[in-house]
Design a binder for this molecule. Structure first.
Ligand code: SF4
Ligand code: SF4
Length: 440
């Protein structure tokens, strides 16, 4: 007897420009588009709760998890996925080779009281990786700061050590960097590629005059031209890499953000290695917080996707971060992952890279021998605040991707659910991902 299939609780639908259908499933990560002619059959199958005949379309729906057999317990599937976050064979370390920065952005939340990573911490990080390597299948390093490229030599020293350990232990090694891009000249870029850094997050805040008034050097020097020269030089490289150009906006630079998109189009349109990401500036805890003209929640959400739509229309690539976050577990912040740790330059261990001064975020200390002195009561607050106890999250269509853990810090601060904008604007986001896929 054939089985009865019903629509997955983790489906979301959107539309193509030609009145076709886009289907997404947050548990399988599948994203499939159907033509206008196929649409009706798809919608009928999704509404059905009886035995289903095998057709080309019903097979696609079943294989991608849009239709699930009635004996499948999808809530258990999501629970199991959540438990997999506790796997111990993967380690993600966010490292601050320095907490100093050559910039003084108007909205920055860091206090710059500490500089280069101490010798004891450097030894501790190397020893930590060596001690874990035997049981790890992968190690991912995120270079963070301050401005990490102020300490490129130290990054290289650590990387060579990680790469050697990875080779000896048959462990996969990968890395990404968040940098202001000022030092990212051709030589540094090539060094980073040799250090397995293939993902870059670089922030621009508008056209030259606007950017330079918001993201300037200590003492006030301009930065836009140097960053853009570096990005243009990276474009000449034949290497495979993934640069997300993050554009921060608030009420003061909305108009100029549109102008920046036109500027970026001239240089990067058609090159999928340069993806664009628009994000509203938030009050992240810096000393100038109250003076930042942040957009209202509604304006921020609306503008973010409007800017992105404009960029995609101009054949600029969508940042890989956007399709990435809608994947299963893709919206879970590393702060909520038991196998991720932020290591400050003095060996202080954190879960979150924003709330650096918050007591609850001081979760331990890395010792010189590579051992970690951890406060598990604090760690528990970061890693168990999501879907375990929130019944709305448990029944959310986006649960496998977010797990109620998009931003545990936001939940702790406000008591509200940290739904990511990708979830609240899922129809628009699916449409943008589809449109972007036609460009590349
Ligand atoms: S917990 Fe929130 S603020 Fe902290 S790193 Fe994660 S997303 Fe950012
Ligand atoms: S935080 Fe929001 S998006 Fe995430 S699982 Fe909960 S309800 Fe869904």
């Amino acid at each position: 007897m054939s089985k009865v299939y019903t629509a997955s609780r983790f489906n979301a639908l959107s539309q193509t420009e030609e009145d076709g259908l886009i289907l997404y499933n947050s548990y399988t990560g599948a994203l499939v588009d159907f033509s206008k002619d196929e649409k009706e059959e798809v919608l009928t199958l999704l509404k059905s709760s009886s035995a289903i005949n095998e057709t080309e379309i019903s097979t696609v729906l079943m294989e991608n998890g849009f239709l699930v057999s009635e004996d499948v317990n999808e809530l258990k599937r999501a629970e199991h996925l959540h438990q997999s976050m506790h796997r111990t064979d993967m380690l993600h370390l966010v490292l601050m080779p320095t907490e100093a920065c050559n910039f003084r952005c108007t909205y920055c939340y860091e206090s710059f009281t500490r500089g280069r990573m101490t010798d004891a911490t450097i030894e501790g990080v190397k020893a930590l990786v060596k001690s874990k390597a035997k049981t790890l299948s992968s190690l991912h390093i995120s270079w963070f700061g301050g401005e990490p490229l102020l300490e490129i030599d130290l990054m290289e020293e650590l990387t060579r050590d990680f790469q050697k350990t990875a080779e000896e232990s048959d462990m996969q090694y990968s890395a990404d960097i968040s940098t202001n891009g000022y030092f990212l000249n051709k030589d540094v870029f090539e060094r980073l590629i040799s250090m397995d850094v293939r993902q870059f997050m670089i922030t621009i805040d508008g056209i030259e005059a606007v950017h330079d008034s918001r993201r300037f050097l200590i003492g006030g020097g301009k930065t836009f031209k140097d960053i853009m020269d570096n990005l243009k030089s990276a474009k000449d490289s034949q290497e495979t890499f993934d640069i997300s150009i993050r554009v921060n906006f608030d009420e003061n630079n909305l108009i100029e953000t549109e102008e920046l998109t036109e500027y970026l189009q001239e240089y990067f349109s058609g090159d999928r290695r340069f993806g664009i990401l628009y994000r509203p500036v938030g009050r992240w805890g810096g000393e100038h917080d109250e003076d930042i003209p942040i957009c209202s929640h509604i304006t921020a959400g609306k503008k973010m996707w409007q800017f992105t739509n404009d960029a995609v229309d101009k054949k600029l690539a969508l940042s890989s971060a956007i399709p990435g976050v809608i994947m299963p577990t893709g919206s879970v912040c590393y702060a909520a992952k038991p196998n991720a740790m932020v290591i400050g330059s003095n060996g202080q261990l954190y879960k979150c890279t924003t709330a650096l001064d918050a007591e609850v975020n001081h979760v331990g200390h890395l010792l010189e021998d590579g051992s970690m002195d951890l406060d598990y009561d604090k760690i528990i607050k970061w890693v168990t605040s999501g879907e375990e106890t929130d019944s709305t999250c448990q029944s959310c269509f986006y649960r496998p991707s977010c797990q109620g853990n998009h931003c545990p810090w936001y939940r702790m601060q406000t008591g509200e659910r940290p739904c990511p904008s990708e979830k609240t604007s899922i129809r628009k986001v699916l449409n943008l991902i589809w449109k972007n896929s036609l460009n590349f």
